[in-house]
Design a protein around this ligand. Structure first.
Ligand code: CA
Length: 232
């Protein structure tokens, strides 16, 4: 169960937010001032903090700064004025999102869910990188296992195709020249020619493209080479 901390000095508002979040299945703690809010933050274990900007004692801006310095818990700020938004989302504070008061409870819930989803995805990517995984949409290249999965299924991939795909996945969205691909994948093999590359691209497309005749992953860039699109 995800844990959310609300730091908000308007008790009725804090309680209404807590009630709605609990109804959505979250475990919620409430702090009614900055000091006790910060103490709860230090105890840790929260998946998200909803933080009022204007608080008695230690204000929301200061708490947000400290959180950014000491942890990576996502923060949604509650602000009274739209004019504060730049400051709230900017480098100075670095909140993940904000809601302007007065707000609609459904809007806040939507923001909470979006921030949690984004954060989970980012964590997954971070952990994946550490484990040597490259991901692009439904393609996963596992460098430890030397294995490629497409849509959850292991795909048989000879060495040169594997190396080509790895190169593409390391440089998504960039047009890679043919000469570069040849030199990187076939290294010192000077007999490898454009034709060789084309054949391997075709085989790779058959394995990772939904429709290999109309590629959406490995795009031909005329006069240059190929560009890999990571996709959803
Ligand atoms: Ca307040």
């Amino acid at each position: 169960m995800k844990r959310i901390l609300i730091i908000e000095d308007e008790r009725p508002l804090a309680e209404a937010v807590a009630f709605n979040l609990e109804r959505e299945g979250f475990r919620v703690d409430v702090a009614l001032d900055g000091e006790s809010g910060w103490e709860k933050c230090l105890e840790g274990g929260y998946d998200l903090v909803i933080l009022d900007l204007m608080l008695p004692g230690v204000d929301g801006m200061e708490i947000c700064r400290r959180l950014r310095r000491d942890s990576d818990v996502p923060v949604i700020m509650l602000t009274a004025k739209d004019s504060e938004v730049d400051k709230v989302l900017g480098l100075e504070m670095g909140a993940d999102d904000y809601v302007t008061k007065p707000f609609n409870m459904r809007e806040l819930l939507a923001r909470v869910k979006a921030v949690l989803r984004r954060w989970a995805r980012e964590r997954e990517e971070r952990e994946g990188k550490e484990k040597g995984l490259l991901r692009a949409g439904d393609i996963i290249l596992d460098r430890e296992r030397h294995e490629v999965k497409v849509g959850g299924r292991v795909v048989d991939m000879p060495l040169m195709e594997y190396r080509l795909l790895e190169l593409f996945m390391r440089h998504p969205g960039k047009a890679l020249p043919r000469e570069y691909l040849l030199s990187q994948v076939w290294e010192g093999d000077y007999f490898a020619q454009s034709k060789t590359l084309e054949v391997h691209i075709r085989r790779l497309r058959e394995k990772i493209e939904a429709d290999p005749s109309r590629p959406s992953r490995i795009i031909t860039v005329r006069g240059v080479g190929y560009r890999f699109e990571a996709g959803g």
